[in-house]
Design a protein around this ligand. Structure first.
Ligand SMILES: Cc1cc2nc3c(=O)[nH]c(=O)nc-3n(C[C@H](O)[C@H](O)[C@H](O)COP(=O)(O)OP(=O)(O)OC[C@H]3O[C@@H](n4cnc5c(N)ncnc54)[C@H](O)[C@@H]3O)c2cc1C
Length: 660
């Protein structure tokens, strides 16, 4: 509470003067214009506001000869004042008594740990059940044939302007053979996680092969002095250990358990029935096989490619509803855009591919909710876009077909569908029917609801997963890079400056944030939230913190600059067309007859997109990228990182050493 001099009456001098504020433990000096009557208490409040500490933690002194004398709160401020309690006039990061705990060293956990290390905060302690970094998703869930669907630029775990301006890393190089593949396979992705962990010196902070089994809150649930006692066990020998942490980030992953549906007649199917992940696919049985994939999420697209790459001759995707899928080039375009691309624009970019292979009119898909002029579109589907060109070229060659139906029952090598059709000569079924939550996550936090991204509404226990589904009218990304960077930036800020959270609490944020309660009937624990929930929560928090705009203002320019440096339009087209043609060549060599299908996207068409997009959004971007046609500053940008982003080159190459 600011001290009000007027309350005490008497004559107050309004003459102006300048007071010199010096730090006892630090070099900063601040010249403060004030009145003669300005009191110590008033200046304390001002310094506390600027440095984000409590005024009660500040002590003011003046020097008289060899002595330091403490100034009283109601005295007039001394002309030269020495301050104890802060080390600079910048916002002071809170020092928590215990380390920052991070559960999970997959994409999200690594990113969080790297962000702390980049800020020279080594007081972190991380846990993962695996013996290496990269997470369940890529170490265990992905197949050996799995590939990144979005481009490497949107995914690399060191995504973000701070990583570049800090000089720790450069843009990934996807421009030549030394560099990363634009759409890398599993081994290379694991390599990239390992590379980043080494660059940041992350591994010594991780307790590998350690399961965090139980968490106790020590102290009152809302006391600032509370901390979290983690009970851990080594996954190989069961050895117990404990660790106290003041803040606990949880990144448990979302791809842990397959949705299991058993169909009548599976026992007589007389073929392979698997889930198409965790390397359970019978790769050796795919040669010359006809296969059926049940479901139409991103993993269905993934499995169609696996089938054809392992010599399969036909894949059926059997789905209740056909989902939109994105070809590679529209995905690249959205990811390089400095501001979101409208949904209508996204669908227009899909059209050349959809028309070429007869995939259907994108505007007619169930996910699309558009106005009659087709200018405003919301895309709403339960799973993310499968991204890739391969399913489209498979469709064109008749190697893939969609059937909109559900499986009723199986008989020998046959699927009997709800629409009365039969799929015959099928020898492999991959049930990509989605994934379920893990109730042990809710149990660990002893919670039945998430409030925004906070376990039981506790801002010191944020939790994030790769949220499911799509629900947007404008698209910033189809990938995880920017979303994770955004999440970590917001939460680290709140933990560095908890007074900001207390301010938000005072404004009633806990009543405003969305809540997700466990839904046992749907087999959904509380932590398993969808993309709409996650986005609403983050918009509310960010909207209430004025500093957040500045912290994230360079994301837009980073997207655009990094994308064109990492894999510009020519390189992206070269690799995409190369792979499109290579598939056709290989199929011909296998004796499959079909005319060559030319790639539907080219530089000229994409050049037109750049022009249309620029006039639609009023943000001028160029197909040649910012090195050739620099992008002018945008109204919401702060400029500190411009130069570093413009100067940095795409030099981050694949390391020579492979992950075991
Ligand atoms: C085949 C495939 C393709 C994909 N393609 C893309 C793509 O193209 N673009 C894109 O953006 N995304 C893609 N994704 C998704 C993306 O990779 C994931 O969103 C991301 O890797 C998830 O990271 P995570 O940290 O949330 O979870 P995970 O990778 O699942 O890691 C969670 C980790 O937490 C650990 N853990 C959990 N609980 C505990 C505990 N109690 N104690 C100790 N450790 C614990 C687990 O051991 C695990 O290692 C793809 C995923 C797959 C599988």
């Amino acid at each position: 509470m600011a001290y009000k001099s007027s309350v005490y009456g008497g004559h107050k001098s309004d003459s102006r003067r300048t007071v010199t504020l010096k730090l006892l433990n630090g070099n900063d000096v601040f010249q403060l214009p004030c009145n003669v009557s300005t009191t110590v208490a008033e200046v304390k409040e001002m310094v506390a506001g600027k440095t984000m500490v409590d005024a009660s933690d500040l002590q003011f002194f003046y020097k008289a000869g060899p002595y330091m004398t403490k100034q009283k709160d109601m005295s007039q401020i001394a002309p030269v004042t020495l301050i104890k309690g802060v080390t600079s006039f910048e916002p002071q990061k809170h020092k928590w008594p215990h380390p920052i705990g991070i559960i999970g060293q997959g994409y999200h956990g690594m990113k969080t740990a790297m962000t702390y290390l980049m800020d020279n905060n080594e007081n972190i302690v991380c846990f993962d059940r695996h013996k290496m970094v990269g997470g369940y998703c890529w170490i265990t869930g992905a197949n050996k044939t799995s590939r990144l669907q979005t481009e490497f630029g949107s995914f690399h775990v060191w995504w973000g302007p701070d990583m570049i301006s800090n000089g720790k890393m450069a843009y990934p190089n996807c421009n030549d053979a030394k560099g990363w593949h634009i759409w890398p396979y599993k081994t290379e992705i694991l390599n990239h996680f390992d590379h980043a962990a080494n660059q940041f010196g992350l591994k010594p902070h991780i307790h590998f092969e350690t399961n965090v089994a139980k968490m106790e809150i020590i102290g009152g649930a809302n006391d600032e002095s509370r901390y979290y006692k983690l009970h851990c066990e080594n996954v190989t020998d069961g050895a117990p250990s404990t660790q106290n942490v003041s803040v606990l980030y949880t990144f448990p992953g979302s791809l842990t358990q397959n949705r299991i549906i058993d169909y009548p007649g599976e026992d007589v199917f007389d073929g392979e029935i698997r889930y198409g992940m965790n390397d359970d696919t019978p790769y050796d049985k795919l040669q010359d096989a006809t296969c059926a994939i049940l479901g139409n999420g991103a993993f269905a697209v993934e499995n169609a490619r696996t089938i054809v790459e392992c010599g399969g001759v036909k894949a059926w995707i059997v789905t209740r509803r056909k989902n939109l899928a994105s070809p590679r080039i529209p995905s690249w375009f959205v990811h390089q855009g400095p501001i979101p691309t409208p949904g209508a624009f996204v669908l227009k970019m899909f059209e050349p591919m959809y028309n070429l292979v007869g995939f259907g009119d994108p505007w007619q898909f169930h996910a699309v909710h558009a106005n009659s002029e087709r200018t405003n579109v919301t895309i709403l589907q339960n799973s993310r876009f499968g991204i890739g060109d391969v399913t489209f070229i498979m469709l064109a060659w008749g190697l893939l077909e969609y059937v909109v139906a559900t499986l009723k029952r199986c008989s020998r090598h046959t699927l009997h569908l709800s629409n009365g059709d039969k799929l015959e000569n099928v020898t492999v079924i991959l049930k990509a029917l989605g994934l379920l939550g893990d109730w042990s996550v809710d149990k660990l936090h002893n919670m039945t609801q998430m409030v925004g991204s906070y376990c039981s509404g506790d801002f010191r226990r944020p939790l994030m997963i790769d949220a499911t589904g799509m629900n947007a009218a404008n698209f910033t990304t189809f990938s995880t890079g920017i979303g994770t960077t955004d999440f970590v930036t917001s939460n680290k800020y709140l933990h560095d400056f908890p007074k900001e959270w207390y301010r938000l609490e005072g404004m009633g944020i806990l009543k405003t944030l969305p809540r997700h309660k466990e839904e046992p009937d749907l087999q959904k624990p509380a932590y398993l939230t969808d993309v709409k929930f996650a986005m609403t929560g983050s918009i509310i928090v960010d909207g209430m913190i004025p500093a957040m705009g500045a912290l994230k203002s360079s994301f837009s320019r980073y997207k655009y600059t990094m994308y064109h440096k990492t894999h510009n339009v020519d390189r992206t087209l070269e690799v995409a067309i190369g792979e499109w043609d290579a598939y056709q060549k290989e199929w011909k060599a296998r004796g499959i007859e079909h005319d060559h299908v030319p790639y539907p996207y080219n530089r000229k068409m994409i050049g037109q997109w750049f022009q249309d997009w620029s006039s639609l959004t009023k943000v001028p971007i160029s197909i040649n990228g910012p090195d050739v046609d620099p992008m002018p500053p945008m109204p919401f940008e702060f400029h500190e990182q411009f130069k570093a982003m413009a100067d940095s080159k795409a030099t981050e190459n694949k390391p020579l050493v492979r992950v075991q």
